[in-house]
Ligand binder design. Structure first.
Ligand code: NDP
Length: 291
């Protein structure tokens, strides 16, 4: 059994990007820029945005965070996004979700210029993904594909079972892996909460991707021998023995399932670190498109 080291792969991607950005500097060119827009004071969102801007700084990417009060009007937020749409310094725009209830996430996402949609959530990016055009892939699913490729795990013709159908993870990873393309071309089954028996599907998986947000949901008897397991879940489990009073676990019971798996991602240190690395990669791609 091989533990997939997302932390290491993500560090390699950041290092590659850092070199490319240094080369741009040496050539006297501008460097890529990412603006993050954060509305309100949700601690988790704040910590994600800080992580993203720190990662940008580490690779010498220009970064800025717009911190807005939770009572900002939808109109003002849309105007700010428009401003960054025509800003030459920032090639990527990220609006941290979730947003306060009075603001339509759909309208916000649709206001971001598709050429700057580094999260890959704009309907145009999503449509391009579905029909197989080159586009910005959402970061977490793109990170999953990258991990499979980096570990030389065959995808073509394999049965991938995805548990979860969110727009952020489940649907895009399913669409990415079913494309008739290199590093894809899988047979994909998608399950969700309406499935009466997830085991029926998960037992058939050559590659099982769990993205449901239920701690330790996938058990040993739910998978077959030799399965490749990608655990996307990030769940807090109460644990008084931990300094923080909780520990982070995935959607897969790692101790049990790892005994049957050929490859498995740990939580933390598996898919998680890949998300920011792919965001940086998308921002670099946006820079190239715009220059
Ligand atoms: P959502 O809550 O948006 O979606 C969860 C999906 O799982 C839904 O489709 C839901 O079904 C399905 N589901 C929930 N419970 C069950 C169940 N018991 N059986 C079958 N299906 C179920 O979550 P996300 O996709 O945003 O995130 C999933 C997990 O991944 C979370 O733990 C999240 O924290 C983590 N995550 C990690 C990231 C990373 O960087 N590593 C990035 C994004 C998310 P239905 O549609 O029917 O409600």
């Amino acid at each position: 059994m091989i533990i997939i080291n997302g932390k290491k792969v993500a560090a390699e991607i950041r290092e590659e990007l850092k070199k490319k950005i240094n080369n741009l500097k040496l050539e006297g060119k501008t460097v890529p820029g990412l603006v993050a827009i954060l509305v309100g004071d949700n601690p988790a969102s704040d910590s994600y945005v800080r992580g993203k801007s720190k990662a940008c700084e580490e690779i010498s990417m220009i970064t800025k965070t717009e911190r807005l009060s939770s009572d900002i009007s939808e109109k003002d937020l849309l105007e700010l996004i428009q401003k960054y749409n025509s800003d030459k310094i920032f090639n990527g725009i990220l609006v941290q979700l979730p947003l306060p209830k009075h603001i339509s996430e759909g309208k916000v996402i649709e206001t971001i210029l598709p050429a700057k949609d580094v999260d890959g959530f704009h309907p145009i990016s999503v449509g391009n993904l579905v029909i197989g055009n080159d586009t910005f892939l959402p970061c977490t699913p793109a990170g999953i594909q990258e991990l499979l490729v980096k570990y030389n795990i065959p995808i073509k013709g394999k049965h991938v079972v995805v548990v979860g159908r969110s727009n952020i993870v489940g649907k895009p990873i399913s669409n990415i892996l079913l494309q008739k393309k290199e590093n894809a071309n899988a047979i994909v089954t998608i399950c969700h909460s309406a499935a009466k028996d997830i085991s029926y599907f998960s037992k058939q998986a050559d590659i099982l991707i769990a993205a449901i947000g239920q701690p330790n949901f996938v058990k040993r008897e739910m998978v077959k021998d030799g399965v490749v397991v990608i655990d996307v879940g990030i769940n807090r489990l109460k644990d008084e023995t931990h300094p923080k009073g909780y520990r982070i676990v995935g959607d897969v019971d790692f101790d049990e399932v790892s005994k049957k798996a050929s490859f498995i991602t740990p939580v933390p240190g598996g898919v998680g670190p890949m998300t920011i690395a792919m965001l940086l990669k998308n921002t670099f791609k946006a820079y190239l498109i715009q220059n």
